[in-house]
Design a protein around this ligand. Structure first.
Ligand code: GLC
Ligand code: CA
Length: 366
């Protein structure tokens, strides 16, 4: 408004023939600044500078629009704060500004020539609308956008390591009975049954052969058996030698044998039984001779299977039968010191009663 007023004054000055003298009263002022006009020679009687009024200040611009919503935050449990909103659009035209301050009153012009009294002038036209107000300040950044949505679940983690073996489970319920197994192998033949009753007499048979062929058949069988018997005898003789070498003698079906061991009566008796025989018990001169030879082979006296442990004074075999043969040394048995209940055979074949606790050669019979 002030500008227009000044401009109006300037035009007026030009029209009044007298070029105005513009002075810039203060550095920095522009055309809209205060102008002091030199006195016109014939100025139209003007009004004082109070006529013009300053135009209204332009409307205040509208507040800028709210900034756009922040972009969606990144996925995550706790989404980070949304990014700062982008700059808002320019604000719309501001509101009409408040009326500006009243202009400074102009200096009083010089007195003009006295003119006729003019009619009183009407009120000056209202000043033009002021220039549009300056663009409003940029709107403040919009508020922080809302928290982003929870992101999609992350990919499945790597397979975990195998856990420790669990505890043994409870015993399961008993299963159903399985199918019958395959048939077992054929059993062994049973033992022969008892002899049956004698059958009734059969029918008369047909006439038989002369019998010669059967005799011949038996002869050949006997011959074969004789051959086998000979072979067995040869083998038996061989094993007799083996059994009596060394320390053994055979008499008839008896075999006397020592292994060189020595012990008391009970010990020796037990050893012979364990071996399947018994202590040597010569029942005749031939057997006594065989036993003597075995003892002589080791040059040691041996205990016989004869004692009077149960029947003092009466020597018996181990089967409790009284002895039927003896070969006592002269003066024996004397039960020396009343403690001689066993019988030893010297290497010369003679017998002597002797204490059973003594150690003698082991000599068994089989
Ligand atoms: C003497 C006796 C004999 C006895 C032995 C051990 O040799 O003549 O009878 O058994 O001593 O006492
Ligand atoms: Ca004696």
């Amino acid at each position: 408004m002030l500008v227009f007023l000044l401009f109006g004054a300037l035009v007026t000055a030009v029209l009044s023939e007298s070029p105005p003298v513009l002075k810039q009263v203060s550095q920095g002022w522009n055309a809209c600044s205060l102008v002091v006009c030199a006195p016109a020679e014939k100025g139209i009687p003007g009004r004082d500078g109070r006529d013009g009024i300053q135009g209204l200040k332009g409307e205040k611009g509208d507040q800028g629009l709210q900034g756009p919503r922040g972009i969606l935050g990144p996925p995550g449990k706790m989404g980070p704060a949304g990014p700062k909103g982008s700059q808002g659009n320019d604000g719309s035209k501001g509101d009409i500004g408040e009326m500006g301050p009243r202009g400074i009153r102009g200096l009083q012009g010089p007195p003009g020539n006295v003119g006729p009294s003019g009619a009183k002038g009407g009120s000056g036209p209202q000043g033009e609308k002021g220039v549009k107000g300056e663009i409003g300040l940029k709107g403040a950044p919009g508020p922080q956008g809302p928290k982003g949505n929870i992101g999609a679940p992350g990919p499945a983690g790597a397979k975990g390591s195998v856990g420790e073996k669990g505890a043994k489970g409870d015993v399961g319920t008993k299963g159903l009975q399985g199918p019958a197994g395959p048939q077992g192998p054929v059993g062994k033949p049973g033992s022969p049954g008892s002899k049956g009753d004698k059958g009734s007499i059969g029918d008369k048979g047909t006439k038989g052969d002369s019998g010669l062929s059967e005799v011949n058949l038996l002869k050949s069988k006997v011959s074969a058996l004789e051959g086998q018997l000979k072979a067995l005898q040869a083998n038996f003789a061989k094993y007799q030698k083996v059994a009596t070498f060394p320390g053994g003698r055979t008499v008839g079906n008896k075999v006397f044998k020592t292994n060189g061991y020595e012990g008391n009566f009970e010990d020796l008796k037990q050893k012979c039984v364990q071996a399947g025989g018994q202590l040597a018990t010569p029942r005749n001169a031939a057997e006594n001779d065989a036993v003597q030879k075995v003892a002589a082979l080791y040059n040691k006296s041996a205990f016989l299977g004869i004692t009077d442990l149960k029947t003092k004074g009466t020597f018996k075999y181990l089967n409790d039968q009284p002895i039927t043969y003896s070969n006592w040394l002269q003066g024996e048995p004397n039960n020396n010191q009343g403690n001689e209940n066993c019988v030893e055979i010297f290497t010369n074949g003679k017998w002597n009663d002797r204490a059973c606790g003594e150690k003698r050669l082991l000599l068994c019979e089989f």
